[in-house]
Design a protein around this ligand. Structure first.
Ligand code: G3P
Ligand code: MG
Length: 239
């Protein structure tokens, strides 16, 4: 079972920062996941929430602030004083960390609350310029955007994110033209998880931080997990 560092090594470093991505880049794990939003001036930035309130010393929605304004705040101190000085990464800066590594990169488009029109085109352009098209999977809870990504770039792997226990989600994924399914932890252990695996689709599960849960998913045949503690999980699963 493969391991993705969720928001970088977010259990031990401030989530979605360069220091968390560099820590993940040092590990012999399969990949990394991070979340992307669009700024007021149309720049792609890496942060989980729609606002910067929780993970910085600033306030406001990403969509209402320019990149320059967003960069003025600190995104490390809230986690620990040791990480004072971390800024919000642009997508370009996050990708740069992985330019010479083997890691598979899961870019999650956080366009389910605010629509961020044109975001998918901007991401695709950047992946082309950096020649990363065959090393990424683009996912979202906004399945309209995933369908559009596939239309614009059929060669790029896509995934639908979902929280619920669904009926035949692999059939639904086909309808969306998504390649993989990224399911919420406990739901992946239901019948639908087995059906997804039997259908031949990739099933990746978030967010798995407890070793016994990872063991259950491994037994179930899940292909990959997203975890905040990738080093701990790697040591556990490879012992
Ligand atoms: O992409 C997997 C996982 O990150 C989805 O949930 O809220 O942590 O972005 P969230
Ligand atoms: Mg995410």
């Amino acid at each position: 079972m493969k391991i993705y560092a969720h928001r970088g090594c977010s259990g031990t470093y401030p989530e979605n920062t360069i220091v968390a991505f560099k820590a993940a880049a040092q590990l012999p794990i399969h990949g990394v996941e991070f979340d992307v939003h669009l700024t007021k001036d149309g720049e792609l930035v890496v942060i989980h929430d729609e606002s910067i309130n929780r993970t910085s010393n600033g306030q406001g929605f990403v969509k209402d602030l320019t990149l320059k304004e967003l960069k003025a705040y600190d995104y490390g101190k809230w986690f620990s004083p040791n990480f004072k000085g971390e800024t919000i990464p642009t997508l370009r800066e996050a990708l740069y960390v992985y330019k010479d590594t083997h890691h598979h990169i899961n870019i999650e488009l956080k366009s389910d609350i605010f629509p961020y029109e044109g975001m998918e085109q901007k991401v695709l352009e950047m992946l082309k310029v950096y020649r990363l098209e065959d090393r990424v999977v683009i996912s979202s809870f906004n399945h309209e955007m995933i369908q559009h990504v596939k239309k614009l770039a059929p060669h790029i792997e896509t995934a639908i994110l979902f929280m619920e226990v669904m009926i035949a989600p692999h059939e639904y994924a086909k309808m969306v033209s998504a390649d993989a399914l990224h399911a919420f932890f406990p739901t992946a252990l239901r019948k639908m998880g087995k059906e997804i695996i039997e259908s031949g689709s990739q099933l990746r599960v978030f967010t798995v931080n407890e070793k016994p849960y990872a063991d259950m998913l491994q037994v179930a045949g899940v292909h990959a997990i997203f975890t905040d503690f990738p080093e701990k999980m790697y040591n556990h699963l490879n012992k």
